[in-house]
Design a protein around this ligand. Structure first.
Ligand SMILES: Nc1ncnc2c1ncn2[C@@H]1O[C@H](COP(=O)(O)OP(=O)(O)OP(=O)(O)O)[C@@H](O)[C@H]1O
Ligand SMILES: [Mg+2]
Length: 431
């Protein structure tokens, strides 16, 4: 196990992970955690029983691995201590796995993490953490947390698993991960002043107001071709619409086909607000789009491309990453609602479905989709303000130098630190 382009600390972590230890590989953004995983990936090959998985399609694409949901065959809805058995094919897959490596662990929800543990125990017929195989979890809890869109779901996760994060679960405690932190900055290696600003934000240090003031000096209008990062999907949509309008040519609008189901007990028309896809998508030839769902064999959630042509039932898109044309059709988007049953357990109701193309205009994107990426330039538009812990920190830490970053508007302390106490909490837990 020798890899010469790794830094000495990456090399040491490489050996530790390779020696079958349960490891929590962490470190600040850009310290080369994912780079190290890619090296292990290359050297272990694709069929060595070392399985890499990631919580989002875009991170999985970078690591050339499946998402957690596809590999562990997890349903989209929350798992809530399910007792369902995985399919025979899934069990076989898991039985063949002799080491598990997970990137972007901060985004892995507690129920998903616990279910991976449970399914491996079943597959391996061993009542040991993750069925007894070595596990490496990689990521940084100062970055974005898992997506928990529903308050009730958040409450249920707290009751069932102790919280929304992987580190709050019984599975995490029992695995006994040893923490290895990479410390050498690789992404921002050439801009020490920028690195200081990032570290001040991370630790909510007393100099934070000066760091914010320095970032606010980067306020300027967005330049053409620079991706915009926003906090909210609605803000992403507004920017995309303006860009689309400015594009020449004929626009086409695809309306979602909707169907409601009987048990729906909410406000009339509320399903429309809860749609997991856009009710209408307007496109033009040459407009930039982002793929919203993994497409078997061709692309993943978060991939970018340019619209080439369309019919009523299909849209063809030239993908940026391989310059191939992919054909998209309408897909079903179930509208799920969460309620509690008579025993106080979370119950999921399928209240409606929409059929829509898995595409969105893609000039702007959410910060969530940019986690894990290194970007050449970024324009951050916080819109109505940041609200997730780590959100602003993830956005600014994507670029290599402060000069590569511009802001649309002024940011304040509560944008940078929306959940006071998170960094203290992580520190006290040794995370
Ligand atoms: N040993 C190395 N040699 C050359 N480049 C490296 C090395 N390690 C990391 N890099 C580069 O540094 C940048 C940041 O690395 P990487 O994305 O792996 O960091 P990370 O710790 O995973 O960050 P994040 O927390 O944002 O996911 C990337 O452009 C990567 O290619
Ligand atoms: Mg990474």
């Amino acid at each position: 196990m020798q890899s010469f382009d790794l830094t000495s600390e990456q090399q040491a972590a490489y050996c530790y992970i390779g020696a079958a230890n349960n490891t929590f590989l962490t470190g600040r953004p850009g310290t080369g955690k994912s780079y190290l995983l890619k090296r292990i990936r290359e050297e272990h090959g694709y069929d060595g029983g070392t399985i890499f998985v990631a919580p989002t399609g875009i991170v999985a694409r970078a690591l050339k691995c499946p998402t957690i949901h596809s590999f562990f065959e997890l349903p989209c809805e929350p798992l809530m201590a399910t007792e369902a058995s995985p399919s025979q094919e899934c069990l076989w897959r898991l039985r063949a796995c002799d080491m598990l490596i997970i990137d972007e662990i901060s985004m892995v929800r507690s129920d998903v993490f616990s279910e991976m543990d449970r399914r491996l125990r079943i597959a391996k017929q061993q009542d040991l953490p993750f069925g007894g195989i070595p596990v490496t979890v990689c990521g940084d809890f100062h970055q974005l947390p898992p997506v928990v869109e529903d308050q009730l779901l958040g409450e249920s996760l707290r009751q069932t698993y102790g919280g929304i994060f992987a580190f709050e679960t019984e599975s995490w405690r029992k695995a006994g991960f040893r923490k290895i932190a990479l410390t050498r900055p690789m992404r921002q290696a050439d801009d020490p002043d920028f690195l200081t600003i990032l570290n001040v934000i991370r630790e909510d240090r007393p100099e934070i107001m000066e760091a914010i003031a320095r970032l606010n000096r980067q306020i300027r209008p967005r330049e053409e071709g620079i991706p915009v990062l926003c906090c909210r999907r609605a803000e992403v949509r507004a920017i995309n619409q303006a860009k689309l309008q400015a594009l020449p040519g004929q626009a086409v609008t695809f309306k979602a086909h909707l169907r409601r189901f009987a048990p729906y007990s909410g406000q009339m028309g509320k399903e429309l607000h809860d749609l997991p896809c856009d009710e209408e998508i307007t496109l033009k030839e040459g407009c930039e789009v982002m793929v919203l769902r993994n497409q078997a064999g061709s692309c993943v959630n978060g991939d970018r491309g340019v619209v080439e042509a369309w019919t009523d039932d299909a849209v063809s898109v030239r993908l940026q990453y391989n310059q191939q044309t992919a054909l998209f059709q309408r897909e079903e988007w179930p509208v799920l609602s969460y309620g509690l049953d008579e025993n106080g357990k979370l119950e999921i109701q399928h209240v409606a479905s929409a059929w829509q193309f898995p595409l969105a205009v893609g000039y702007a994107t959410t910060i969530h989709k940019a986690q894990g990426m290194t970007l050449d330039r970024v324009h951050i538009d916080i819109g109505k303000g940041c609200w997730e812990p780590g959100q602003f920190y993830v956005a600014v830490s994507r670029v290599r130098r402060l000069a590569d970053l511009t802001l649309e508007k002024e940011v304040g302390y509560f944008d940078v630190m929306p959940a006071g106490g998170m960094s203290q909490r992580l520190k006290s837990m040794g995370l």
